[in-house]
Design a protein around this ligand. Structure first.
Ligand code: PGA
Length: 246
């Protein structure tokens, strides 16, 4: 696992965006699996800005959603669907047939998971998976105690996730289940990039990097990925031991 630390969230976002854009330049049919939330917001904004360069062809890229709240409609501003359309898919004009997001309203979540796993397989796997990190170390909705053998799956949300998740919604919203790419997709993504900024993420980032690898802190499992990169701002990195700093 490589760790990169930048002085500000802006520089952190620019560096992460460059990883994505450089990949698209060398592989125009890049497959991206994208998180939502506060962590990747600046990175997506930078990607959009950099790609507006007319030399970069994005007509072949494919976008897969990392996760979704079960029971939340796609037009709810707190949904992952809405976020990705607002911040990435729409601004870049990604072709609808190149977009695969979880349907949180599906009445057959198993079929929905199978559909997603097959779509990724047909696309040849994920080139870059972008993830944030929950305050409890979750990755997507792979919550503490995660079964690492799973591909896409639906899961009961951790209490911390239900509480922290309220920040995405305009009014109090009951959250109980999520649907997510599983750790099998995490492990098979050719590049895994975790983004975190801000002081509040410092303790979980330290645990991610320095605690024993264990399913109680799912983010520690990223250390078993053979090409994982953590991109941090100074505040999120502030509790890391010196030996782990670049
Ligand atoms: P955040 O969420 O980027 O909004 O902090 C991260 C996560 O819960 O995975």
């Amino acid at each position: 696992m490589k760790i990169k630390v930048y002085p500000t969230p802006e520089l952190q976002s620019q560096a992460a965006a460059k990883v994505i854009v450089d990949q698209i330049k060398v592989k125009p049919d890049t497959t991206l699996c994208l998180a939502t939330g506060d962590s990747p917001f600046g990175t997506y904004r930078e990607v959009v800005r950099m790609i507006k360069d007319p030399d970069i062809d994005i007509s072949k890229i494919k976008v897969f959603g990392l996760d979704e709240w079960v029971g939340i409609p796609p037009n709810n501003t707190g949904s992952c669907h809405h976020y990705l359309h607002e911040n990435f898919i729409g601004p870049l004009g990604i072709r609808p047939d190149h977009v695969h997001l979880f349907d949180g309203l599906s009445n057959d979540l198993d079929a929905e998971c199978k559909r997603m796993t097959e779509a990724i397989s047909i696309a040849g796997g994920i080139d870059i998976m972008i993830v944030g990190i929950g305050m409890n170390g979750h990755i997507g909705f792979n919550e503490p105690g995660v079964d690492v053998t799973l591909w896409s799956h639906a899961i009961e949300l951790d209490e911390i996730t239900k509480t922290v998740g309220q920040k995405y919604f305009q009014s109090a919203t009951p959250l109980s289940k999520g649907i997510t790419q599983g750790f099998q997709q995490v492990f098979t993504a050719r590049t895994l990039m975790l983004l975190a900024h801000g002081r509040k993420k410092a303790p979980i980032i330290r645990q991610t990097v320095e605690a024993p690898v264990n399913v109680a802190i799912p983010s520690t499992l990223l250390r078993q990925h053979n090409n994982s990169l953590i991109v941090l701002d100074e505040e999120a990195a502030s509790e890391l031991s010196a030996s782990f700093r670049n």
